[in-house]
Design a protein around this ligand. Structure first.
Ligand SMILES: Nc1ncnc2c1ncn2[C@@H]1O[C@H](COP(=O)(O)OP(=O)(O)OP(=O)(O)O)[C@@H](O)[C@H]1O
Length: 302
């Protein structure tokens, strides 16, 4: 699958702090790429570099098959719609007036503006002052501004941030619809839940480094299912296994995370030697949220 965004060793340092560390991004054409990571993990900085708003300290970026340079940026930008640090728009103007500013700046046609407003379902609200819009409407106006130029790539930084479940669902439906029209979408969030349902590919950042990039299924493959040992002698079992692999109490016995086959055999052997009754030994797949938490080290994620 051809890539719309590729980066090689993309790095950004702020003084001694490395905010983005050797990133190799691969955003395939036509997908929704969910860019995930805790607050401060480097998502916004990466997106700003992709849009040429911040200069990388080192590494390369290719957008739509072209290396991103000062010269190519001017040529590429009309194909890229973006919303960084949302929501944009002047509160003392109406939605329509805000769109007119975008229209004049980018020399767009009136049908393009009408279409963008209709796509985000703001046609009826376009003559209201933006300061009277709900947060969800402001986010949708931001997306309309990004969409008006008919881009082939949309880069959206946390478009669901602060929205209630209904607002999140609206944005999700909209992005899936836009993806269906062939637009490649890169969308960031610090919440797995908001993105997992719509993204075909997930890229997960922690501390500026990419710790996973691939499909949801591949993410699951990364995880070792928990080991559940059913026993009525929970405390004795926990004490016995503690030196091999620390466990935790579970409804029917004990649960041990991230344990391989060899140590599983050791654990079962130890329990049998100690005369602890084992009613069942089984594996239980973690939830995607747990896999994500394990990968990101549970840093600041909800
Ligand atoms: N202009 C800057 N000068 C110095 N440090 C910066 C600057 N911009 C970002 N940083 C630092 O770089 C790191 C990554 O920030 P960034 O905003 O990219 O993270 P993020 O994943 O988008 O998080 P958030 O969702 O909170 O915006 C943070 O430690 C931040 O403090």
């Amino acid at each position: 699958m051809s890539a719309v965004i590729t980066t090689h060793g993309l790095t950004k340092r702020f003084g001694p702090h490395t905010a983005v560390d050797s990133l190799d991004l691969h955003v395939p054409r036509g997908t929704i790429y969910g860019f995930l990571g805790p607050n401060g993990s480097g998502k916004s900085t990466t997106m700003k570099m992709l849009l040429g708003l911040t200069q990388p300290s080192s590494g390369g970026i290719e957008i739509l098959g072209e290396p991103l340079t000062r010269a190519s940026r001017t040529r590429l930008l009309p194909s890229i719609g973006s919303m960084i640090e949302a929501p944009p728009g002047y509160g003392h103007l109406t939605g329509r007036e805000n769109m007119r500013i975008v229209q004049d700046m980018l020399e767009l046609s009136t049908p393009q503006i009408d279409r963008a407003l209709a796509t985000v379902r703001l046609t009826e609200q376009q003559h209201k002052l933006v300061r009277n819009y709900s947060l969800g409407m402001k986010q949708r106006l931001g997306i309309a501004m990004a969409l008006a130029r008919d881009p082939s790539l949309l880069v959206l930084d946390e478009p669901t941030n602060g929205l209630d479940p209904a607002g999140i669902e609206e944005i999700r439906t909209l992005l899936v619809e836009l993806s269906g029209q062939g637009i490649t979408i890169m969308v960031s969030s610090h919440l797995l839940d908001e993105i997992d349902k719509m993204a075909g590919i997930l890229g997960i950042l922690a501390g500026g480094r990419m710790i996973f990039q691939g499909s949801r299924e591949q993410l699951f493959e990364h995880s070792v299912p928990d080991l559940i040992i059913e026993t009525p002698e929970q405390q004795a079992a926990l004490a016995q296994v503690a030196t091999i692999a620390p466990g935790a109490p579970d409804a029917d016995g004990i649960r041990i995370s991230g344990i391989d086959k060899d140590r599983t055999a050791q654990v079962v052997h130890r329990l049998a030697l100690a005369g602890i009754p084992i009613h069942q030994v089984r594996r239980e797949q973690q939830s995607l949220e747990d896999v994500f938490m394990d990968l990101t080290g549970r840093e600041g994620l909800l």
